[in-house]
Write a protein that binds this ligand. Structure first.
Ligand code: IVH
Length: 704
């Protein structure tokens, strides 16, 4: 019998030896497929599950940890092969719409934001969403000077040599292009070229590819550009980055200009004026999908007028002025082999379905989320059932239902465990709802003592939006977490690594996967992050409900680490005044305040934060524009605004370096009131705060 199915806690030592050997080989094979060939055969979730199982076996049998275990190895990050390029203008992603209602909401949201009438037409483009990979091409004085993949949106890979051999990408522009022009679009491969390439690969005994998208990615990321040249890649231009002189003032006009400069643009792009017209174009593109020679996975809508795009701006990583309307997900049926419990960063226990591998929408699926015990009950599934699985883009596969006719006689019920699968065997608690009833989330009560929570927490700590330490990603965190010589169990441990290494007999540079240069580079990168902006520090703490935006709001409001820390401790102690102050901040309500209070009320957390604060220097929060007349002020907008929406007013004030609060307090500097303002005006009078109307506001910020 294969050891793959034996539960870790029932394993004998000899079975563990076999299982660790099997996992080492399997994980190494998947690493090779992923990093070396851009052709993964399993989902990320399944890959993570393999590594987690490996860790679980190692935790039970620490003496059996292999030299080549994935927990010791620092896998080759994909980007190591190419030079990195920082994008001058970030490459953003798109928000998704999955239904007609989502599209109607999107258009309504834009109208509201721009303060347009509910039926005012807004010109928008609709075009296919190409299922390839995005590329940014930089032209200076007509000539292609560099090409970069999207990467994480900020930093991509330099693939200039390969872009030059793609026949759809001009090396020299035609027409009258601006001196500096960054053209963005999608590299893709047609079905025919994909099939022909796979046939050739097979004939030569080489690895075949899963789908055209992966093939295009693999082809563009060849170190030898003659290989890229032999693979027929294509390119559609649909967007831009830095442009020294805009050739048009609409989306459509820009795409037409790109065409004149020599790019292929998508012929199915249309100009629409209402949500209905967008949906009409969506259905017409969907109907043509099967006869297109390339893969598309939806339709992208964009506000046509670039001045309006500018006003609409962005929400975190995606523009408010565009959305991708995805085609419905593909489905398949397979067998539910079992249900595992995963423990997340916050200790939440999530049941995960283990499935008989099945191809859904071109990807082999072996896991699906089941969310919580109630979902399992709602679906009525038993282990052994045949289930319908759905995949939608990058979304984790889901189970839709089971097929009653195919339920085997020996199908078994799943029983939700009462203790956490972490070695502590801590009781699982069910979180209450705001209404006082029992919630659906079950959590391990072990908090930071629970190894699952601790490692997830460290992952968040080093993630790109938190401390973002170069060379210290998830893999390395896992390595140090389990390393007996240089353990990292808490954020502060990261900052003592170099000092501890100096004292150790066994040095990091001598360990598997490391060398003198990589160890030194890591220590340097850690040192470079010892000084950290306040918002990143707050986000990195991993307080529940405190995401990147909330962390920024808190950082801007409190300004310094000392002030934030004092306020958080006060809130944890139940200080009413501190709570009111936090509550006055825009977008911050009870859920966040309760989470901050709970975090700082827990002594392990307080100790962790204190140790960390001793290791790092936290920079005071940035105020975007310091010389604007309202910079640093706390402003409250109230009453009906006529020239802008509340959201637009807020974004405008924040851009000028002001804080926007939801209610008037002693800390308020200015109240901008429209007609119908009530209690806030009274409060402003009480505190003797300046009140101005909307026109005076525009005058003050110099927009009159
Ligand atoms: S516009 C600021 N248009 O979809 C928005 N993106 O989820 C820039 N994509 O990374 C993107 N077809 O790789 C845009 N017609 C299209 C697209 C498209 C495919 C991809 C692109 C982007 C992703 C966003």
């Amino acid at each position: 019998m294969s050891t793959a199915k034996i539960p870790v806690d029932e394993m004998t030592e000899s079975q563990a030896i076999d299982e660790l050997a099997r996992l080492a080989a399997e994980i190494a094979e998947h690493d090779r497929r992923y990093h070396g060939e851009d052709a993964p055969t399993i989902t990320d979730a399944e890959y993570d599950a393999l590594r987690r199982r490996n860790l679980a076996v190692e935790q039970r049998f620490p003496a059996l940890v292999r030299e080549d275990s994935s927990s010791r190895r620092v896998g080759a990050p994909i980007s190591e092969k190419f030079e990195k390029v920082r994008h001058k203008v970030p490459m953003l992603s798109l928000d998704n719409a999955f239904s007609d209602e989502d599209v109607i909401d999107f258009v309504a949201r834009i109208r509201r934001y721009l303060k347009l009438d509910a039926d005012a037409p807004i010109a928008m483009t609709a075009e296919p969403k190409i299922d390839g990979l995005s590329l940014s091409l930089r032209y200076e004085g007509r000539r292609l000077v560099s090409a970069a993949t999207r990467g994480d949106g900020q930093v991509g890979e330099n693939v200039t040599a390969n872009a030059r051999v793609v026949s759809d990408i001009p090396n020299v522009l035609a027409g009258d292009p601006p001196d500096i022009l960054e053209v963005r679009g999608e590299v893709y491969m047609t079905h025919r070229d994909f099939l022909a390439l796979n046939e050739r690969q097979e004939a030569e005994g080489k690895q075949t590819y899963v789908n055209p998208r992966n093939t295009a990615a693999g082809s563009l990321r060849q170190l030898d550009s003659s290989i890229t040249a032999a693979r027929p890649l294509k390119f559609f231009a649909y967007a831009w980055g830095e442009v020294s002189r805009m050739p048009a003032d609409t989306q459509m006009g820009m795409v037409e200009a790109l065409k004149v400069f020599g790019f292929a643009t998508n012929p199915l792009m249309r100009l629409c004026r209402t949500a209905d017209e967008l949906l009409e174009q969506y259905h017409s593109i969907e109907a043509e999908r099967g006869s297109l020679s390339y893969d598309i996975d939806g339709v992208v809508y964009k506000v046509d007028d670039l001045a309006l795009q500018q006003r609409l701006g962005f929400i975190s990583r995606s523009p408010r002025w565009a959305i991708a309307h995805k085609f419905p997900a593909e489905q398949a049926t397979t067998i539910l082999k079992g249900i595992d419990i995963q423990v997340g960063r916050t200790g939440a226990l999530t049941p995960v379905a283990r499935l008989e591998p099945v191809t859904v929408g071109g990807v082999v699926v072996t896991n699906a989320t089941l969310h919580n015990a109630e979902e399992i009950e709602r679906l009525g599934v038993k282990i052994g059932d045949t289930v319908t699985v759905q995949r939608a883009g990058d979304v984790i596969p889901q189970i839709l239902n089971y097929v009653p006719e195919r339920r085997p006689a020996d199908a078994t019920d799943f029983v939700f465990p009462e203790t956490c699968p972490c070695h502590l065997e801590t009781p699982v608690i069910r979180e209450g709802t705001a209404a006082g009833g029992e919630g659906v989330v079950r959590r391990c009560s072990g908090e930071f003592a629970c190894p699952f929570q601790r490692i997830e927490h460290l992952r968040l700590f080093v993630s790109r939006r938190a401390f973002d330490i170069e060379g210290l990603g998830e893999k390395q965190i896992e390595f140090f977490f389990h390393d007996p010589d240089l353990p990292v169990r808490s954020p502060a441990d990261i900052f003592t690594l170099a000092a501890r290494d100096r004292q150790n007999m066994k040095k990091l540079k001598d360990k598997d996967g490391w060398g003198a240069t990589s160890a030194q580079n890591l220590f340097d990168a850690i040192e470079a992050r010892r000084t950290i902006p306040l918002d990143r520090m707050v986000y990195g703490l991993g307080i529940r409900h405190v995401g990147e935006r909330t962390a920024t709001t808190l950082a801007r409001a409190y300004g310094s680490w000392a002030d934030f820390h004092d306020a958080a401790l006060a809130v944890a102690e139940g200080d009413v005044h501190a709570r009111e102050e936090m509550d006055a901040l825009d977008d911050i309500g009870d859920a966040v305040i309760d989470a901050v209070a709970a975090y700082f009320a827990e002594e392990h957390n307080r100790a962790l934060v204190e140790r960390l604060a001793e290791e790092v220097n936290v920079e005071d929060a940035e105020r975007p524009i310091t010389d604007s007349p309202v910079a640093g002020q706390t402003i409250v907008f109230t009453g009906a605004l006529e020239r802008m929406s509340r959201d637009e007013a807020k974004a405008m004030a924040e851009r000028l370096g002001a804080k926007v609060a939801g209610s008037v307090s002693r800390k308020t500097d200015l109240v901008v009131a429209g007609p119908g303002a009530g209690s806030k005006l009274k409060k402003a009078a009480e505190f003797d705060i300046e009140v101005i109307d909307e026109d005076a506001w525009f005058e003050r910020i110099g927009k009159e």
